[in-house]
Write a protein of this length. Structure first.
Length: 515
């Protein structure tokens, strides 16, 4: 990678700084640090995988992987201007399989029950699964340094008129979201199927996916607003949208909070990391996340209770769910809900088991050679384009296709880009599929850099970040997100054409501007 230049792309009345390459010594140091960090992860993963036959690495490797994941997460929060799409996916993998496994391991160690973690899976394959994840994350960090583009965040200076337009856009978007909720297209824990059908609203999917990016856009605009009332209103909108995401899922809420914190640091980076204000904010954030986790599980349990007692079919209305949750909380014994949350978090984060099981089975069989990818493509294709997709034999969940082939029970497992890679390409897929996915999204970011209005460019960047963080999901999510991002790019291009404000693509070499 060359560190020789940075780029200004001139949009109408908008200066956009694209963090591609740079002459800044600080930026060189940060990129070199990520490269060395990735190299360490890659070789640690490979060595651990090969040594799993001879050394019991289960506990120490999980501790190291969890520590590396936490360290990478802190770096992303503190240096958002330096991270690329590759780094975000690498961090997400380490959070899911490294930090998640560490959380479960520590919980079981406290109860002297670590042997239960490998009751159904040979410990050697748990080690190999963690090692594969670490090596894959390391390769992504290294590959990102060879890509001159791929930066998630980019600077753009807004005029007060543009801030006003963003405020109006955020308000209209909020109205559209509430309409989708009122229609039942968006419900608790995300998009809900309509009654007696498997169809999902494409509009609801796009609106739901834009909730975090619009919140991030509101925060960025708030920090550039000169009008104090406008600034406060934008921040209120961002906080309200974050509250909306609480009902879409626990992971959605946590990762949305993470993205918004990154946006705040990017827009108004503090000079010092450890301050009384930051410590207080961290304590408030931890308390809020803990409260949200408890409340979310209560709402979920209440929904199950109401579903069984009163409906027997269909979804539970939000009003009924809230009433049932309040009743459940009031009737529960002291500490009962908190204990349920603790037990849920103890086992729920150990998602490595399905990946390990697949890795073991895939070592004895030929991979499916793209069948799972085509299944995801079929599921993600709108029925208006492919009306016969529901009759296609590949239509369905990943487990329904892959588990019978590999001799595993068809359970509700923790899918990820790594499980999809193993299913289609064996061990090689652990490296090939994540890398190929990042390259595709990096190309999308290049298109954003050179042909999108500032607002659209910001939305595309955060949508990409959100997709990479949503690691514990079917590969359908990546394809759907790619479709939604393409729609946003098209809409912003149409806006430029209609307003006759085509961007000037002439690139000037400038020094890197530290955030």
């Amino acid at each position: 990678m060359s560190f020789g230049q940075s780029s200004y792309v001139h949009f109408p009345k908008t200066k956009v700084l694209i963090n591609t390459t740079t002459g800044s010594q600080d930026h060189k140091y940060l990129q070199l640090s990520i490269l060395l960090f990735g190299a360490f992860e890659f070789f640690l993963g490979l060595v651990s995988y090969m040594a799993a036959d001879y050394v019991d690495l289960f506990i120490p490797l999980i501790f190291v992987a969890g520590g590396l994941g936490a360290l990478a997460l802190i770096f992303c929060v503190w240096q958002p201007a330096s991270i690329k799409v590759y780094d975000i996916l690498a961090v997400a993998l380490m959070l899911a399989y490294g930090v998640g496994s560490l959380n479960t391991l520590v919980s079981f160690m406290a109860e002297n029950a670590t042997s239960e973690l490998s009751y159904f899976i040979p410990q050697i394959w748990l080690v190999r699964a963690v090692a594969s994840c670490v090596a894959s994350a390391g390769l992504l960090h290294m590959a990102g340094r060879a890509d001159s583009q791929g930066y998630i965040f980019k600077h753009f200076e807004l005029t007060e008129s543009q801030v006003k337009k963003i405020l109006i856009f955020c308000m209209l978007f909020g109205v559209l979201f509430l309409i989708q909720v009122a229609k039942g297209s968006i419900g608790f824990m995300g998009i809900q199927n309509a009654e007696d059908t498997v169809q999902i609203s494409a509009v609801a999917s796009l609106v739901s996916g834009l909730l975090t990016p619009v919140s991030s856009l509101a925060i960025y605009a708030a920090f550039q607003a000169e009008n104090i009332k406008r600034k406060r209103f934008l921040l209120l909108i961002a906080a309200t949208f974050l509250l909306f995401q609480f009902f879409l899922g626990r992971r959605v809420f946590i990762f949305s909070s993470f993205i918004l914190v990154m946006t705040i640091v990017f827009a108004n980076r503090p000079k010092k990391f450890i301050t009384l204000k930051n410590i207080l904010m961290l304590c408030i954030l931890v308390f809020a996340l803990q409260t949200a986790t408890t409340a979310f599980l209560t709402l979920r349990l209440a929904g199950y209770s109401h579903f069984v007692k009163h409906t027997g079919k269909g979804s539970v209305a939000l009003k009924d769910r809230l009433q049932a949750a309040y009743q459940l909380y009031m009737e529960s014994e002291n500490g009962e809900i908190a204990e349920s949350v603790k037990e849920n978090l103890k086992t729920r984060t150990f998602v490595i088991d399905y990946f390990a099981s697949l890795s073991e089975k895939a070592s004895y069989k030929e991979p499916m050679l793209g069948q799972d990818f085509f299944r995801a493509l079929i599921v993600a294709t709108p029925s208006i384009i492919y009306p016969g997709k529901y009759a296609n034999k590949l239509y369905g969940q990943e487990e329904g296709l892959a588990n019978p082939y590999y001799g595993l029970p068809v359970d509700d497992n923790a899918n990820s880009i790594l499980t999809a890679g193993v299913i289609d390409f064996g061990l090689l897929g652990v490296f090939v599929l994540p890398l190929a996915t990042c390259i595709v999204f990096s190309l999308i970011l290049r298109a954003r850099n050179y042909g999108a209005a500032a607002m659209g460019a910001a939305l595309v960047g955060i949508m990409t970040c959100q997709t990479m963080l949503s690691v514990e999901a079917d590969y359908v999510g990546y394809i759907t997100s790619l479709r939604d991002i393409t729609i946003v790019l098209i809409l912003t291009a149409v806006y430029l054409l209609l307003t006759k404000k085509l961007p000037n693509h002439k690139i000037q070499n400038l020094k890197y501007k530290d955030n």
